[in-house]
Design a protein around this ligand. Structure first.
Ligand code: S3P
Length: 176
C-alpha cells in the first residue's frame, strides 16, 4: 500500500484527519487544495472568480497526478476531486481510498462561512442546507467507491484516525 487517499464532501474533516493520520503513520501529508493554491499563488475562491471552475479542475488534475506519484503520503483531496473519472483511477492506483462522511447538519455547521467554498456558495440560493443535500446526493455514488468509510460527525479527530488505522491494519501491509 503506497499512499492513503482521503476523499469526501466538504466539511467532513479531510484536512485535519489527514494531518493527524500522517503524523500517526509517519507519512508525509499532502493537501491537494493547498498545493493548488501554492502553485497558483492565489486562493481557490480567487481562482474560481478570475478563471472559473474549469481552470481550477485542470489544476486539480495536475495536483492529483503529482501527489499520486509520491509514496508514504496521506493525500487529502478536495470534495469535488472524485468527480473526474481519471482522478478516481489515478487515486485508486495510488493507494487505499478512505472516505470521510458527516451528516448534513454537521457539514452545514462546518461550512457556514461564505466566501471559502465557491462550489457551495454557487449552489446556495438562500438555503445552504438544501444546497448541501443536493450536492451530496449528486456525489454519493462517487464517495461510495471508497475502500472504507468513516463517519466523522460525532467522533473526535483521534477516534477517526484510530478507526482508519484499524482498517489499514486489517487490510495488511501496514505495521503501525
Ligand atoms: C470543492 C471542495 C473544496 C475545494 C474546491 C471545490 C468541491 O475542497 O477543492 O472549493 O467541489 O467540493 P474541500 O472539500 O476541502 O472544502
Amino acid at each position: 500500500m503506497k499512499n492513503i487517499v482521503l476523499i469526501g464532501f466538504m466539511g467532513t474533516g479531510k484536512t485535519s484527519t489527514g494531518r493527524s493520520l500522517a503524523q500517526r503513520l509517519g507519512f508525509c501529508f499532502i493537501d491537494l487544495d493547498q498545493k493548488i493554491e501554492e502553485a497558483a499563488g492565489m486562493t481557490i475562491p480567487e481562482m474560481f472568480e478570475r478563471y472559473g471552475e474549469a481552470y481550477f479542475r485542470a489544476r486539480e488534475r495536475e495536483a492529483v497526478v503529482r501527489a499520486s506519484g509520491r509514496s508514504h503520503a496521506v493525500i487529502a483531496t478536495g470534495g469535488g476531486t472524485v468527480k473526474d473519472p481519471e482522478n478516481r483511477r489515478t487515486l485508486r492506483e495510488s493507494g487505499a481510498v478512505v472516505c470521510l462522511q458527516a451528516d448534513v447538519d454537521t457539514i452545514l455547521q462546518r461550512t457556514q462561512t461564505r466566501g471559502e467554498r465557491p462550489v457551495l456558495d454557487g449552489r446556495d440560493e438562500g438555503d445552504r442546507r438544501c444546497a448541501i443535500k443536493q450536492l451530496l446526493e449528486e456525489r454519493r455514488a462517487l464517495y461510495e467507491e471508497a475502500d472504507f468509510t468513516v463517519d466523522t460527525s460525532d467522533r473526535s479527530p483521534l477516534q477517526v484516525v484510530d478507526e482508519i488505522v484499524r482498517f489499514l491494519r486489517g487490510r495488511g501491509g501496514l505495521h503501525v
